[in-house]
Design a protein around this ligand. Structure first.
Ligand code: UGA
Length: 453
């Protein structure tokens, strides 16, 4: 919304939320999320044509176009628990829109939702319409965290789905005109509602599948002496495959991939397509396998036990340039190591101690992938400390695990780190970020994903 405000000075954008503290943060100097470049954009527009408010009803009443971006977490109980999307927030947003609206509205699905959600929303609005006309559009978002502003300034494509009626086409045109302020026309794709909704889930499933594919290869590389970076490079040169998104890692994380694939799996099952459901489920299973494999490698390398040993965890966010920890592989790796009674010292440049402690003590939904362990006992959580920098985290440690690819980890003084660690000093690089030869020269025992030992 901040980028829309920046690129469309003639449009007034009001961002509303029921959370008073969140809106206060958006109106302050300390924005509630870390995203490179966002602060500059907000500061340029805030108070001019970009407003943050808790007066939800007033702004909904006044708006012509309403983007609904409420969260759609995975259901934790009831029908479809562990897989289906929980649409509670969406439904109450739709009911509120119906309650306060006195003029025709275009309602845009921005949150990622199951296919056919628009139909449900349409029903709620139309059956409570009091003569008002609603058009529902699906306009899924494809930005990635950490590069959000760049992705929005220069999107590969903008996707708008709507009804194939004259009114639907008119609504699509209205939204298209907003994006056309800065996005070239040929990058604005219009489709029917269901194609737009499904394309979002499909895009994330394909992206996640690439990572699980390369991660599966990484296990085979380790077993055979091939190097996964060389394999990625070689296959990425095929223009049909392409070089992007082929980095083997400790596993993918983030609020989207797992949630969206589980959702896709559920939709397939509901439509009587178990083979298709199982195909996509496997992407998550390989991701769980990769995280487990990493933990097992740490424990087995360190003489089959990490009990009482200090292990430094470098990076906790699910990727660099974000403070977001949702579904971060670091949670599962840390829980695995704590399960073997390790002592952890965690450092991440953007994640707070509170967040780390919360993530490690939280229970996870219990689906049929066993990696989600029980909540940590208070004793286990006491085995966790949070450090201010990588040097403090690694002091006296037996091993260090790199779990997020922060740039600053590339330029650390690894000689200094080595000198202050217990020997033998182990490095487990879950992001293939360090120079293995250099570290081995210093004296480290180095394990990288998918590389010869
Ligand atoms: C993802 C998609 O990339 C966006 O297009 C989409 O809009 C977004 O989800 C969403 O649905 O909102 P995001 O989760 O922010 O974006 O971040 P990604 O860059 O996709 O990374 C996801 C995970 O995959 C991270 O843990 C990352 O470290 C991992 N990854 C990524 C790899 O392990 N290897 C790679 O080669 C690329």
């Amino acid at each position: 919304m901040a980028v829309i405000a920046l690129k469309c000075p003639s449009i007034e954008v009001a961002v509303v939320d029921i959370s008073v503290s969140r809106i206060a943060a958006w109106n302050s100097d300390q924005l509630p999320i870390y995203e490179p470049g966002l602060e500059e954009v907000v500061k340029q527009c805030r108070g001019k044509n970009l407003f943050f408010s808790t007066d939800v009803e007033k702004h909904v009443f006044e708006a012509d176009i309403i983007f609904v971006s409420v969260n759609t977490p995975t259901k934790t109980r009831g029908l479809g628990a562990g897989k289906a999307a929980d649409l509670t927030y969406w439904e109450s947003a739709a009911r509120m829109i119906a309650d306060v609206s006195k003029s025709n509205k275009i309602v845009v699905e921005k949150s990622t939702v199951p296919v056919k959600t628009a139909e449900a929303i349409e029903k709620i609005l139309v059956h409570n319409s009091k003569g008002i006309k609603y058009q529902i559009l699906s306009n899924p978002e494809f930005l990635a965290e950490g590069t959000a502003i760049q992705d929005l300034f220069n999107p590969d494509r903008v996707l708008i789905g709507g009804r194939e009626t004259p009114e639907g086409q008119k609504a699509i045109k209205a939204l298209k005109d907003v994006y056309a302020h800065w996005v070239p026309e040929d990058r604005i794709i219009t489709t029917n509602l269901w194609s737009a909704e499904l394309s979002k889930l499909a895009a994330n499933a394909f992206l996640a599948q690439r990572i699980s594919s390369v991660n599966a290869m990484s296990a085979l590389c380790e077993a055979t002496g091939a190097d996964v970076s060389q394999v990625s490079h070689a296959i990425g040169k095929d223009s049909r495959i392409g070089p992007k998104f082929l980095n083997a890692s400790v596993g993918f994380g983030g609020s989207c991939f797992q949630k969206d694939i589980l959702n896709l799996v559920y939709i397939c099952e509901c439509n009587g397509l178990p083979e298709v459901a199982n195909y996509w489920k496997q992407v998550i299973k390989v991701n769980d396998y990769q995280k487990n494999r990493f933990v097992n490698r740490v424990v087995s390398s360190m003489f089959n036990t990490v009990s009482g040993k200090k292990i430094a965890i470098m990076g906790f966010a699910f990727k660099k340039d974000t403070g977001d920890t949702r579904e971060t592989p670091a949670i599962d790796v840390c829980k695995g190591l704590l399960g073997d009674k390790a002592r952890l010292s965690i450092y991440d440049p953007q994640v707070t101690e509170d967040q780390i402690q919360r993530d490690l003590s939280m229970n996870k939904f219990d689906w049929d992938h066993p990696i989600h362990l029980q909540p940590m006992s208070p004793t286990a959580v006491r085995q966790v400390s949070v450090a201010w920098d990588a040097y403090e985290a690694t002091k006296d440690a037996h091993g260090l695990c790199i779990l997020t690819e922060w740039d600053e980890f590339k330029t650390l003084d690894y000689q200094r780190i080595f000198d202050n660690m217990q020997k033998p000093a182990f490095v487990f690089d879950g992001r293939n970020l360090v120079n293995v030869d250099k570290l081995r020269e210093i004296g480290f025992i180095v394990y990288s994903i998918g590389k010869p030992l």
